[in-house]
Design a protein around this ligand. Sequence first.
Ligand SMILES: Nc1ncnc2c1ncn2[C@@H]1O[C@H](COP(=O)(O)OP(=O)(O)OP(=O)(O)O)[C@@H](O)[C@H]1O
Ligand SMILES: [Mg+2]
Length: 487
Amino acid sequence: MARMDVRCNVELPVNVIMDGSNSTGIESETKFTSLSLGGGFIELPPPSIENKIIGLRYDLPRYGEFEILGEVMRIEETGIAARFYNLNRDAKLKLWDYIRENISDDFSCPYCGKKNTQKLRRCDNCGWSLNFHSQDYLIEHEKESFIKRFEVKSESFSIEDIYKVLNFVDVEILKIGKNLDINEEFVGSSQEMLNVFSMIRKIAQTDIPVLITGESGTGKELTAMAIHERSLRKNRPFIPINCAAIPENLLEAELFGHEKGSFTGAVKQKMGKFEYADGGTVFLDEIGELSPNLQSKILRFLEDRVVERIGSNVGRKVDIRLIAATNNDLKSAINRGTFRKDLFYRLDVFNINLPPVRDRGGDKAILARYFLNKFSKEMKVARAFSPEAVDAIKIYDWPGNVREIINKVRRAVVMSRESVITPGDLDLELTAMKVDEVASLKEVRYSIEKQKLIEALKYCNNNISKVARVLGISRPSVYSLRKKYNI
Ligand SMILES: Nc1ncnc2c1ncn2[C@@H]1O[C@H](COP(=O)(O)OP(=O)(O)OP(=O)(O)O)[C@@H](O)[C@H]1O
Ligand SMILES: [Mg+2]
């Protein structure tokens, strides 16, 4: 594999400080024989060194003295290879200037060694840029090498790992979602939700209209906010409008605005939400509830992007991204003739369907624990679910989806007198069959576990280490299983 940093041969004096600080450490005067931005080779005859972390003090001709930390990566007969730590920006830029001046002029690629007699600006063997004297070289190189290093490291990643990393970067590093009014994290690690996160990430940077579908409480509004937050419009308004909550005549004025006196009650001029959101995102929730009149007005707006306030005949062009959501089956509404087909196709350019919580596998318990921690912190109490409560959470269908989890868990934190929350505190309406299912599952697990333990003990002549190996568990687990089943 080609190197990821340019290395050059040098003869640069360096003081190696063995304890990492010159007040207590032993200092040896020696030299770097090669240098790159990431580290260097230091001549140090044996017995070279015991420390893993060393201090390095060197004087770069024309640039001054630097003292940094290094980690010993390899010890060879002639010296040590060290990786640099805590190179600040200034030290890095100066080191790069020094390396650039010392890159050998033998027309070969300093990464892979291939001859470059034609003086190509990019190596035709390893692909690295050789344009060392360009002003932007270092920044471009840092970007390219970061991506390559990540590629190498991520070879062993599963696709879920990569999504997790991306999500971590979004939430923890880019702080996406933190400057909106979302104090909820977007929780989920089931495959279904990882697919949703991936779609959000893909579509966010475009202006393509999105139709979010899903049962009530599955997170449609949270999804719309997440798209806005990850888009280039994130510093402009995000305006949610619930089409079912506002009477038709007011909704039209709400969306398009009105002129003074344009209808009874219009005592002054008002700017509509579409105009107000210019440059940002409008989220039309419960779009299936729109009246035929408004459906055609919105369709017209989507075609020409011009807003005409009620009572005015002058239009104003606005730039908004439209995200719509519904928990209705719009296709059957089209068949019934209550929703316009042409509007549906305008809105449904990209569809994100949020799965109901009952189809999210392990996410049920993850969501419940997430909200338990959140509310416990808010209410300054310590609460945990009993194992039976976790079982109940897992088998319950959660028809009200995430919103129902939030409500039930909040209620349980308030109502429970003990620190352990029981199924009763959660007040779930489990059907008799479901309760039996839990009981019988437990019984099955119990008897299989016990039977396997008896067999393994017999097979291994009661040798606990062997039993542990055969069952693939630790020795302490064998002891605790024997205790549990009284064997
Ligand atoms: N995956 C999730 N992680 C954390 N919180 C979530 C998640 N999904 C939804 N929520 C929270 O659940 C509540 C309901 O979500 P939201 O309002 O987005 O659902 P909805 O699909 O728009 O519901 P409705 O159809 O009833 O309008 C909100 O408080 C939201 O922040
Ligand atoms: Mg909603």
